[in-house]
Design a protein around this ligand. Structure first.
Ligand code: COA
Length: 359
């Protein structure tokens, strides 16, 4: 019964992007602040006709195309997003409509800032483990378009993208039923009804993220003989990536709390964390999809049985550390082609095109 997990992965990034050093020039900022200070490189942006639905649908089509089941085998569709189109109608209904999914299917949207996609995945895994799924699979999608108000400090961390995961037989990865969750009510990032862009308490959001990481990794370490023993079991550790420097700060914080010196923390980060963010550096922050873009990257090419960690964070705040074991199809990493295709087709825009887009 504990043998459930990810049976297929599909990703999609939109057709436009902008280099953050170009944005820095537009905003009169030092490009090093965005590239070195925040660790960003390119932000993905939606072009004409693209939105959160088209991103989610394309990612889902790609996941379905490399899965050996068909639409009749789907018993749940859950979409994690903070780019809701409607306060009542779930984003899953738009996606299901485009895909032609209806009937005996539980369909809903999950909201918890950037944590929503992970919650949808956990619910799908637990639905399968409970027996309620009766052998059906779930289509879980994490999709977002992250835009801040022009000139907001978060602007260089914008992004967009979608990841679709079919939860069923763990051919790509087994998801460990045990995970480490933590939540605390906070106003670090929020978007009131009717407000176009989020309100952010930037420094508070950094503190909340680090406290959440300390709590989740602390609980994991406690059950596994300390942080070193716990992390030694993991080949890679993926994080929610609001911007890459945030992840580096969180790793340093978790390590320091366990008495590691700066050199040891840096070595761990370089070997097991930084390589998982190769696609995040070209997507920007895709909110709910951000962690799963990193996980998709870490699983691609991973030999069977190798274990990875996945730390999810959503403002408000809630967090969870998951453990995944690579399945037999991880080694081929077929979904890496999705990113290659999207990157080779996408257009890098300049400042004047960006101004037009934002207008
Ligand atoms: N060259 C190199 N680095 C520079 C620099 C320069 N010229 N100028 C500034 N920096 C560094 C700063 O030292 C800082 O690094 P540090 O934190 O390691 O000290 C970093 O760049 C960011 O500078 P800061 O002044 O703190 O940025 P900011 O206040 O303009 O915005 C955020 C940073 C995170 C608050 C902003 O991007 C934001 O609001 N993001 C959205 C919320 C978010 O992502 N939260 C994370 C948790 S979910």
């Amino acid at each position: 019964m504990t043998n459930t997990g990810i049976a297929s992965i599909g990703l999609h990034l939109p057709t436009l992007a902008m280099r953050v050093d170009e944005l820095a020039t537009l905003r009169g900022a030092d490009p090093d602040k965005y590239t070195i200070g925040l660790g960003c490189r390119e932000i993905a942006l939606c072009g004409d006709g693209e939105d959160v639905v088209s991103l989610a649908v394309e990612a889902a089509k790609r996941a379905l195309s490399r899965w050996d089941g068909d639409l009749q085998d789907i018993g749940m569709i859950a979409v994690g997003t903070e780019t809701a189109k409607d306060m009542s109608r779930p984003l899953s209904a738009w996606v299901a409509g485009e895909l032609g999914i209806s009937g005996q299917v539980r369909s809903y949207e999950v909201k918890h800032a950037c944590y929503g996609g992970t919650l949808a995945l956990r619910q799908a895994v637990e639905w399968r483990l409970s027996g309620a799924a009766r052998g059906k699979a779930a289509l879980v999608i994490a999709a977002d378009v992250a835009l801040y108000a022009p000139r907001d400090p978060g602007e260089p961390t914008q992004g967009a993208g979608a990841v679709a995961l079919i939860v069923g037989e763990p051919t790509v990865a087994r998801v460990d039923p045990v995970s480490y969750a933590w939540s605390e009510p906070a106003f670090d990032f929020w978007r009131p009804v009717g407000q176009a862009f989020p309100s952010v308490e930037g420094p508070l959001s950094l503190d909340c993220y680090m406290r959440a990481a300390e709590s989740c990794f602390g609980a994991f370490a406690e059950e596994h003989g300390g942080l070193e023993a716990a992390l030694n079991d993991l080949e890679s550790v993926c994080f929610h990536v609001p911007f890459p420097k945030m992840v580096k700060k969180a790793v340093r914080h978790v390590a320091e709390r366990s008495g590691w010196d700066a050199e040891k923390a840096a070595e761990f980060y370089e070997q097991k964390v930084d390589p998982t963010m190769r696609w995040n550096r070209v997507s920007g922050n895709a909110y709910t999809a951000s962690l799963w873009i990193s996980v998709a990257s870490a699983l691609a090419g991973r030999p069977i049985g190798k274990r990875i960690g996945a730390f999810s964070y959503g403002s408000g705040f809630g967090a969870e550390l998951l453990l995944l074991d690579a399945g037999p199809e991880a080694a081929t990493g077929a979904w890496a082609a999705d990113v290659d295709v999207d990157l080779s087709a996408r257009q890098l825009i300049d400042s004047s095109a960006y101004n037009e887009l934002r207008a």
